[in-house]
Design a protein around this ligand. Structure first.
Ligand code: NDP
Ligand code: HSE
Length: 448
């Protein structure tokens, strides 16, 4: 059978990996797909560099629309990135009846509803395995492998740059700025590294996973996003002393209504630094590696680990999508796996909960005057609001501030509480004259 013809838009890091792996493993891939898969046309702004990367046998153009307009192209791969031209090109490719493969999590998290609706209307596939956790087949696992389950929650280290930064800060005691520069030099960071360090990239990815896990629309605008820029080295150290590590987690959790506690049902969708027990496997995911835990009611807790970025790891996911499309593109559209795992007319309108309604536990660090009664004042506020304390750690003032210091650090771990209640406690504690600096609050996840 004639090879399926693929047009590639953007041959940078992931595009070149895709071309190379497809070439190198073409025989093996053909045996799996049932026919050859060939990139026959490439668009890139730098045509000379692109032609050098693919050799003389492949047509290279500067205008991506020429690829979409080519009637011989069956599948278009979008590897340009961003929401601008990439969005127009993806929608134009769908309109032209082409299947689309993309690694563009930003585009799908923000404009996914529009893009999937357009694809559904035209009966084409939009595949995006590479958009979440690079080479880890987490989309396939959630959408197909775990299809028997009612997913309860998922939590992942889904940004390699921030995991690398946190690992280096903990291991080598380096400060944030120094490690960020290393991460950029190593090529882990997005074109705009604020997307990594402010948690936006992780929020794009967890938004996509939440849609597939719970059958809800992609709602990036409802996700709570907090990055790692405010994390202090001392909190990483204290967490370790208490048996925890700090990781930037993307969390999507189903919450059952609890009428007695006045809690409605809904979905928690959040990205923020979290204390994780050091004994959990995920706490030991170091460097730029990614990992995602998924808890289903039938299967229990599962863990997926691997490289979340890089040229060939990400290409591995792009090509898996190419193979899926090659196998399925002649199938009746109604028989294919739905883009978001659930049938489009069976999506749920479960509400994404505001952060004030989220339930979790907390690490608090208070810089306080080292004088009698301070601990009682602080714990009194927590008790009055019904917040239960799990552990308390107080350092000697000398140890924190040096010889003769009069202030010390008071670290408190709490049990689960509603975030809105914790916010009230923080306001009251912050107003105490004995609390000398802004209180540090980091959420804590036991992940069981
Ligand atoms: P790169 O910047 O390395 O590659 C993008 C390529 O697209 C560049 O060659 C660029 O050319 C080209 N390009 C830009 N505008 C156009 C245009 N209008 N027409 C044709 N080509 C164009 O990005 P990556 O390969 O790193 O990322 C691609 C996508 O994959 C992004 O969505 C990213 O978020 C995602 N991703 C990346 C991962 C990674 O490890 N890098 C991992 C997972 C996902 P020029 O350089 O001349 O501007
Ligand atoms: N900047 C991203 C990361 C690349 O650090 O994980 C992969 O999406």
């Amino acid at each position: 059978m004639k090879a399926i013809q693929v047009g590639l838009l953007g041959i940078g890091t992931v595009g070149s990996g895709t071309f190379n792996v497809l070439q190198r493993n073409q025989e093996e891939i053909k045996r799996r797909a049932g026919r050859g898969i060939e990139i026959t046309m490439v668009a890139d702004l730098d045509t000379a560099r692109a032609q050098a990367a693919v050799g003389a046998g492949v047509q290279v153009v500067a205008d991506a629309r020429a690829v979409i307009a080519n009637p011989d192209i069956d599948i278009v791969i979008e590897l340009i990135g961003g929401y601008g031209i990439a969005k127009q090109l993806v929608l134009e490719a769908i309109e032209a009846g082409k299947h689309v493969v993309t690694a563009n999590k930003a585009l799908l998290a923000v404009h996914g509803t529009e893009i999937f609706a357009a694809a559904h209307r035209k009966g084409v596939m939009v595949a995006f395995e590479a958009a979440v956790a690079g080479g880890i087949p987490i989309i396939k696992a959630l959408r197909e492998g775990l299809t028997a389950n009612r997913i309860q929650w998922l939590a992942g280290i889904i940004n390699g740059t921030t995991n690398f930064i946190l690992s280096e800060m903990r291991d080598k005691g380096l400060d944030f700025g120094t490690v960020l520069k290393q991460a950029q030099a190593l090529g882990y960071a997005e074109a705009d590294p604020t997307f990594d360090i402010e948690g936006v990239d992780a929020a794009h990815k967890v938004t996509l996973m939440s849609a597939i896990a719970f059958g809800i629309p992609v709602q990036f605008d409802k996700a709570y996003v907090e990055g790692i820029t405010q994390l202090g080295a001392q909190d990483i150290k204290y967490a370790e002393q208490l048996g925890y590590r700090i990781k930037l987690l993307g969390i999507a959790k189903r919450r059952q209504a609890d009428v007695a506690k006045g809690m409605a049902d809904g979905i928690e969708l959040r990205v923020h630094p979290s204390l994780v027990p050091a004994k959990r496997l995920i706490a030991n995911v170091e460097g730029a590696m990614n990992a995602v835990m998924v808890h289903g009611d039938a299967v229990g807790t599962t863990l997926y680990y691997g490289k979340g970025a890089g040229s060939e790891p990400t290409a591995s996911a792009v090509i898996a999508d190419l193979v899926d499309i090659t196998r399925l593109h002649t199938a009746d559209a109604a028989q294919r796996v739905p883009h978001l795992a659930f049938q489009p007319d069976a999506m749920s309108d479960l509400r994404v909960l505001p952060m004030s309604e989220v339930v979790t536990s907390y690490y608090l660090r208070l810089s306080v005057s080292d004088q009698p009664g301070v601990l009682a004042q602080v714990t009194g506020i927590l008790a009055a609001l019904g917040i239960s304390i799990d552990a308390v750690l107080q350092r000697e003032a000398d140890e924190v501030g040096g010889e003769g210091a009069t202030a010390t650090d008071l670290i408190i771990l709490t049990h689960d509480t509603v975030e809105g209640t914790m916010n009230q406690a923080l306001t009251q504690m912050q107003a105490l004259p004995t609390v000398l600096a802004p209180i540090v609050r980091i959420r804590k996840e036991e992940l069981v």
